[in-house]
Design a protein around this ligand. Structure first.
Ligand code: NIG
Ligand code: FE
Length: 437
């Protein structure tokens, strides 16, 4: 028998995120709306009287009275590096004093520092940290997240990271999608794998030799392991060239991993056109993308994933989201959560997308939900609240989706449902506010 999982009823608005680009109503608003979830999927969405007549709230396993509140789909955070050890708060401070991301990387800091820490961490430490991060994410409304490897840069640690991602997916209500990113940086000689990562000479290894290792050693092992679904490369100044990136992505695609590209972040290097050429699911960052790049992405059906939190932390210029929307691109917005961009809130990224990149609140909403699902090749309605979509929904402590960017810096999430079960109620666990007489 079908399990009648949840009814969220009486919402001031249900933002279904079903409207498309160029629509008058991208957020797909239903006023005075309700949703019903049966067997983990949305069974009905519409006006409260209609939905509750067919699905009486008192019969549901989870009844959520959303009077005066807005309901949105669970966020799909389509670009993170959430599996890592340590932090780089001191580098954040150095960047505020003028040191650049490229300088930190070139001097053995940045990604290299996180590689050393990640290699030295145990599986249990990595898993514990990742589960903690997922708790923070779900409290901010994220119900699906993509997590990349890429802080191992050797076969053993890349496989360990992906295994940790897989175990986190099993243990945590948030769905975790794995991406292999052995080509995240050209490694240095860090010393013995499994050591503390500092016994080597620290000298950079030859980039082409490393690409050989990614293609000939890491990729086959990653495919055998069977966890990763996507293959990503950092195609940029100080990382991999277009030719090196193409080799990795083509080899990955031949073995069934869908390409993704970190493109045009620090400089314009041709990663966006490469993403179009190889039919990538997404091209990400795009701070330096040209109109021609955007046209190529649109023609090839590649989803642009914009990461304004990274530009914010780097003090860099933002990607031109407005121009991409005008060009017909289904712009997605994600956090890029990593030690260089320690933000786990898609809502905060949405606020930046509105204020700094010219999106409307409704466009920012579909960028973090419906379009983000496209960046993960999901076509089952993920990121929307339409009939048949996963029952992933967020009830806001606010009357409309506009309050997400409007209340920037505040977590406006009141309750989170994953597959129709309430999995997080961040604002309910507050102190007792009763005023003493
Ligand atoms: O997407 N740009 C490359 N990769 C990450 C940063 C990773 C790091 O600095 O640790 C990014 O921003
Ligand atoms: Fe990234």
């Amino acid at each position: 028998m079908a399990e009648f999982t949840a009814v969220v009823h009486g919402a001031a608005e249900v933002a279904t995120a079903t409207g498309g680009l160029g629509s008058d109503d991208p957020a797909g608003i239903v006023e005075d709306g309700s949703i019903a979830v049966v067997d983990g999927a949305v069974a009905a969405v519409g006006p409260t009287d209609e939905v509750t007549r067919e699905y009486p709230p008192e019969n549901a396993a989870h009844e959520v009275d959303a009077s005066g509140q807005a309901v949105i789909p669970g966020y799909v955070d389509s670009h993170t590096h959430a599996c890592f050890a340590g932090d780089r708060a001191d580098e954040f401070e150095a960047k505020l004093r003028g040191t650049t991301y490229g300088e930190l990387l070139a001097s053995g800091g940045g990604i290299h520092r996180t590689v050393r820490a990640t290699r030295a961490a145990s599986d249990d430490e990595l898993l514990g940290d990742l589960l903690d991060h997922l708790d923070v994410m779900v409290a901010h409304g994220t119900t699906t997240v993509e997590v990349k490897s890429g802080y191992g840069l050797d076969t053993e640690t890349e496989l360990r990271m992906l295994d940790v991602v897989d175990r986190a997916d099993d243990r945590h209500p948030v769905d975790v999608v794995a991406t292999f990113m052995g080509a995240h940086a050209v490694p240095r000689d860090y010393g013995d794998p499994g050591g503390d990562g500092t016994s080597g000479t620290g000298a950079p290894v030859d980039a082409d030799d490393y690409v050989d290792r990614v293609v000939d050693e890491q990729l086959p092992a990653v495919v055998d392991q069977g966890v990763a679904e996507f293959c990503d490369v950092f195609c940029d100044e100080g990382a991999f060239t277009v030719d090196q990136s193409r080799r990795v992505l083509r080899a990955g695609a031949e073995r069934g991993l869908t390409p993704k590209v970190h493109a045009e972040e620090l400089a314009h290097r041709g990663g966006a056109k490469l993403a179009a050429e190889v039919g990538a699911a997404s091209a990400d960052h795009l701070l330096h993308a040209t109109d021609e790049d955007v046209a190529a992405l649109v023609a090839a059906g590649v989803t642009p994933v914009l990461l304004p939190g990274t530009a914010f932390g780097l003090g860099a210029d933002y990607a031109d989201a407005r121009a991409m929307v005008e060009a017909g691109a289904p712009v997605a917005v994600a956090t890029d959560f990593n030690p260089n961009c320690h933000s786990q809130s898609v809502g905060f990224a949405s606020a930046l997308a509105c204020v700094e990149m010219g999106l409307t609140p409704a466009e920012a909403l579909i960028a973090g939900t419906k379009h983000a699902a496209l960046a993960l090749d999901r076509t089952d309605g993920l990121g929307t609240l339409r009939e048949g979509a996963p029952g992933d929904a967020v009830v806001l402590a606010a009357p409309s989706h506009v309050h997400i960017p409007y209340q920037y810096g505040t977590n406006v999430v009141d309750a989170v449902l994953k597959d129709g079960s309430v999995v997080s109620t961040p604002t309910h666990e507050s102190y007792d506010r009763e005023v003493q007489p």
